[in-house]
Ligand binder design. Structure first.
Ligand code: ZN
Length: 367
């Protein structure tokens, strides 16, 4: 039996275990990918720390992680459009294809979704198995540490482009990684003005680097008022809520212009009392964002990446090999980082000592 080193969510509690596990065996419609780079998502922090969401949503006992890029090593007998050696990533939502949403072009809200790295085995390992139908081909010249960011970038692309953006004032509330990516996408797609708000000065500094025109420290000023001050008292025409914080959500609606679009991506961990008059009398369109539109979002993203107009290299602030996962998760918890990427190149069974002396262990690419 072939084995590999993988980061396994073994128990229903905090932490994870790096251990030797079998290399996955692929079915006829699947592909085995040698993972070259993967990145830590906020979701992985929930899984690692183990909170109420994780208790409700995660299947344990396998490798977790869902943002990755790699090279195809093996293809199933029925797979014809993916070849050994292809550079790939994958859409992480595995959908049924037969429920009503799937059959009516809305498979991002499939009733029977399996999630790679959350309810199914994932990518924090030397190899990952993915459905061939979910494979996304990457240009061979795209750096792996950028290619692995496409899952969250797709969230940003879907949020920004779920309505008109050209020539509009856009307020992005919450400058986490998807918020930061959304700043770049909104700029690239023709927003007239991009306003970024967060309570963390480090994140506001990154928002500035990503091209935000206005920075608002929402812990120090009233957010809705600050948005109005920068939009001729009218409010923002597009509000992208990325924080999930109840106060920020309420301020977002208050800071929205009459007839605005408010797209909600941040996930609140508690009930959010809202003044519904802010929505009704201002004629606001509210939209929930989940996943990526399959596969429209991916083609939009490919176009943006091919044009080279998104400064994504600014986002990756730290890289680690997998054996230093505890440091990587601790860094994420502290929040003084952009995207944290695992480079898997040196990971092989019995070779952890080599990894830990690798010169590329922790490279600060931009900060
Ligand atoms: Zn379905």
């Amino acid at each position: 039996m072939r084995t590999m080193i993988g980061l396994v969510k073994e128990h229903r509690g905090p932490g994870a275990v790096l251990k030797e596990v079998p290399v996955p065996v692929i079915g006829p419609d699947e592909v085995l990918v040698r993972v070259v780079a993967s990145s830590i998502c906020g979701t992985d922090m929930h899984i690692y720390n183990w909170d109420a969401w994780a208790e409700k949503s995660v299947v344990t006992g396998h490798v977790f992680g869902h943002e990755f890029a790699g090279v195809v090593e093996e293809v199933g007998s029925r797979v014809s459009h993916v070849k050994i050696g292809d550079h790939v990533s994958a859409e992480g939502h595995m959908v049924c294809g037969i429920c009503k949403p799937c059959r009516t072009g809305r498979s991002h809200v499939c009733l029977n979704t399996l999630s790679f790295g959350i309810t199914a085995p994932g990518c924090f390992a030397e190899y990952a198995v993915v459905r061939a139908s979910n494979v996304i081909h990457n240009r061979p010249d795209m750096p792996f540490e950028i290619a692995c960011l496409q899952d969250p970038l797709g969230n940003a692309v879907q949020t920004v482009l779920s309505g008109d953006i050209v020539g509009k004032s856009v307020a992005i509330i919450g400058a986490g990684l998807i918020g930061l990516m959304s700043i770049a996408v909104a700029r690239a797609c023709g927003a007239a003005q991009v306003i970024a708000a967060d309570i963390n000065p480090y994140r506001l500094d990154m928002a500035h680097r990503m091209g935000a025109d206005v920075l608002i420290h929402s812990g120090e000023v009233k957010l809705s008022q600050a948005i109005r001050e920068h939009t001729n008292s009218e409010g923002a025409e597009v509000v992208l809520e990325m924080s999930g914080h109840p106060d920020a959500i309420r301020e977002g609606f208050e800071g929205a212009a009459n007839g605005a679009r408010v797209s909600l991506l941040g996930i609140p961990t508690q009930d959010v009392p809202l003044d519904m008059g802010q929505i009704i009398f201002k004629g606001i369109r509210v939209e929930g964002i989940t996943g990526r539109r399959m596969y429209e979002t991916w083609y939009q993203m490919k176009g943006l990446l091919d044009r080279g107009i998104l400064p994504l290299d600014q986002l990756v602030t730290h890289t680690f090999t997998l054996d230093r996962y505890e440091e990587a998760f601790e860094l994420m918890r502290e929040g003084r980082c952009g995207k944290v990427v695992f480079l898997h190149g040196a990971s092989k069974p019995g070779d952890l000592a080599y990894n830990s002396t690798d010169a590329a262990l922790q490279v600060s690419l931009s900060i």
